[in-house]
Design a protein around this ligand. Structure first.
Ligand SMILES: Cc1cc2nc3c(=O)[nH]c(=O)nc-3n(C[C@H](O)[C@H](O)[C@H](O)COP(=O)(O)OP(=O)(O)OC[C@H]3O[C@@H](n4cnc5c(N)ncnc54)[C@H](O)[C@@H]3O)c2cc1C
Ligand code: FES
Length: 261
């Protein structure tokens, strides 16, 4: 892990409220793994003071891409950055996904901006010759992200939107439920990233069918390295005992069955 001043190669609007930024760093591109994240200082002033966590969307040659949604001051400041400016980042942070290799299909479920770390994951799974099926859940057709990227990796892609403007009408978990009801025996692992409610449902669905499941958790983070104790999550130690882990240091990827929601 290093603190770096990196050049912004690109920072583009990709959909309403969503941007993609490419930063140049041979070190990060070589070392960051799918599911790991960077702590990014979007603003050069004191407001907002804290860095913001952003996943590695994809590592391309000497660069790392981040895909982000503007929700507050930190992401807004980031969206105003221009090509050629510099950005202070710390990373790679956290633990990434375990990349399996299986003759069965890996099923990826993305809810909203939760899709951000899943392209790098799909790429790693495809490198290991896995068949990959992706469910992209979005609010409307304009918010469907990364379809082209997944298709160019030769993943099967299913789209669901909350208003039915693209694909089936519903949530990512509805599509996951129907995928599992048609062929759950052929699924090696479920990988998911999205809102907490979605991840809880994914966990229940995977557990009911005894399918291994890895989820990427989101917590508000300050330090990003396990020092401030600001991102605890309750996990099962044994059947009856629990303990707290830090999402930043021990995650953000966890085995779904370990989380005591
Ligand atoms: C490990 C990790 C990886 C992430 N990767 C990405 C990514 O690739 N792309 C992306 O767009 N976002 C990602 N996020 C979420 C992102 O960090 C937050 O959206 C960002 O910190 C918001 O900062 P802000 O200053 O714009 O908003 P703030 O002003 O800090 O907050 C605006 C609103 O968003 C809510 N909020 C802020 N942070 C979070 C959070 N972590 N979880 C849930 N609600 C939150 C606040 O409660 C508030 O309502 C990730 C979070 C984590 C923990
Ligand atoms: S953000 Fe400080 S301990 Fe996780």
């Amino acid at each position: 892990m290093k603190q770096l001043e990196v050049e912004i190669v690109q920072n583009e609007w990709v959909a309403p409220n969503f941007y993609k930024m490419r930063i140049e760093s041979a070190y990060l591109a070589a070392n960051i793994r799918p599911g790991q994240f960077l702590e990014v200082k979007g603003s050069s002033c004191l407001d907002p003071f804290l860095r913001r966590p952003l996943s590695c969307h994809r590592a391309v040659k000497n660069c790392v891409d981040m895909l982000y949604e503007v929700v507050g001051k930190g992401m807004e400041a980031l969206s105003l950055k221009k090509k050629g400016e510099y950005l202070n980042v710390v990373g790679p942070l956290g633990h990434g996904f375990s990349i399996i290799s299986s003759p069965k299909t890996a099923l990826i479920a993305a809810g909203g901006i939760g899709v951000a770390p899943l392209v790098a994951l799909a790429e790693a799974l495809r490198k290991k010759k896995n068949k990959v099926c992706v469910i992209i859940g979005a609010r409307t057709k304009s918010h469907v992200l990364c379809e082209k990227e997944f298709k160019s990796l030769r993943c099967e892609v299913n789209i669901v939107t909350e208003d039915g403007s693209r694909g089936h009408k519903g949530l990512a978990t509805d599509a996951l439920m129907s995928a599992l009801s048609t062929g759950s025996r052929n699924i090696s692992t479920i990988y998911a990233c999205g809102p907490t409610g979605m991840l809880k449902t994914v966990t229940q669905l995977a557990k009911a069918r005894e399918i291994p499941c890895q989820i990427s958790l989101e917590e508000r983070m300050a330090c990003g390295v396990g020092v401030c104790l600001g991102c605890p999550i309750r996990v099962r130690k044994t059947l009856t005992e629990f303990e707290y882990k830090m999402v930043c240091k021990d995650g953000p990827i966890f085995r779904a069955e370990d989380i005591a929601w």
